[in-house]
Design a protein around this ligand. Structure first.
Ligand code: C2E
Ligand code: MG
Ligand code: MG
Ligand code: MG
Length: 279
């Protein structure tokens, strides 16, 4: 170790980075046991349909209830699970859990409830992903039309040709496909129009900054115009204020989601939101 770090021409690492790496390693090995120890849970955030103010469905969001660190954010542990391969097992668990919950609601409310599941790059491109989805649908008896997969924009463009083929397979089963965090990646328009998609989910950062300048608001307008020409529906995520909601309504956004309506909540609380009229 250098006695004085400022003597180094550049920092190789500092104590913060060291602590972060230790935590990462520690979490990585503990994550292996999280499933058997029953530490993973799903919360559900409602998606509101703009035309009538009803609950259009829920997005399942993963949490890790760590015995010492408390609730760990998926932004922390999903990347770890992706790098050590656990994402495959965790992803299957999420899918099954979410489909079971959707079936439970369907039985209780007597109508189909749409459920959105986030899938990560490594999971989607793993061999047997389509088969795993098919098996889960068969095991839980959920209609494929009730299941939506959210895939990030950056993934779609990594290997567009094989992604197009994969999405076609999922579409053939009857699933709905949405692009998550749209606007933050670098989509090639020529690929985008060949992708079999249903939903475009505008990244939260655009909603957050929509009143900063007229330019920012027009970004959302452009995304809506693009979606229209691609015949896709648009979800705006991260809606926190009435002003944002009203502006998105004026702009013709189809669905909204965010803390203004509800935080992600436990299934028991989500049940109470199913028949709620939001607008
Ligand atoms: P995402 O799919 O883009 O999910 C939206 C995130 O924004 C969620 O964070 C949600 O709690 C948060 N959010 C929703 N409304 C608002 C709002 O009005 N304001 C603000 N500030 N935030 C809002 P969360 O639950 O921490 O998840 C973060 C990311 O982790 C997700 O981003 C998704 O990419 C990933 N993730 C979550 N669950 C899973 C999962 O089961 N599998 C995989 N592969 N990834 C997951
Ligand atoms: Mg999502
Ligand atoms: Mg998102
Ligand atoms: Mg995200």
């Amino acid at each position: 170790f250098a006695k004085n770090q400022s003597e180094l021409p550049y920092a190789i690492f500092n104590n913060d980075m060291l602590a972060e790496n230790m935590l990462r390693l520690e979490l990585g090995s503990q994550l292996r046991h999280s499933l058997e120890r029953d530490e993973l849970t799903l919360l559900y955030q409602p998606m509101v349909q703009m035309c009538d103010g009803t609950t259009a469905g829920f997005e399942a969001l993963l949490r890790w209830e760590h015995p010492e660190h408390g609730t760990v954010s998926p932004n922390t542990f999903i990347p770890i699970a992706e790098s050590n391969g656990l994402i495959i097992e965790i992803g299957k668990w999420v899918l099954r859990k979410a489909c079971q919950q959707a079936m439970r609601w369907q039985a209780e409310f007597g109508r189909p409830i749409m459920i959105s599941v986030n899938v990560s790059v490594r999971q989607l491109s793993s061999t047997g992903f389509v088969e795993a989805v098919t098996e889960t649908l068969e095991a839980t008896k959920l209609q494929p039309e009730c299941l939506k997969l959210e895939v990030t924009e950056s993934f779609l463009m990594q290997d567009p040709e094989s992604t197009i083929e994969l999405l076609h397979q999922l579409r053939r089963i009857g699933l709905t496909i949405g692009i998550d965090d749209f606007g933050t990646g670098y989509s090639s328009l020529s690929y985008l129009h060949r992708m079999p998609l249903d939903i475009l989910k505008v990244d939260r950062s655009f909603v957050e900054s929509m009143f900063d300048s007229e330019k920012n608001a027009s970004l959302i307008r452009s995304i809506l115009a693009l979606a229209k020409s691609l015949e896709l529906n648009v979800v705006a995520e991260g809606v926190e204020t009435l002003a944002q909601l009203q502006r998105l309504q004026d702009l013709g956004c189809h669905f909204v989601q965010g803390f203004y309506f509800s935080q992600p909540v436990k299934p028991e609380c989500a049940s109470e939101l199913i028949d709620h009229r939001w607008l």
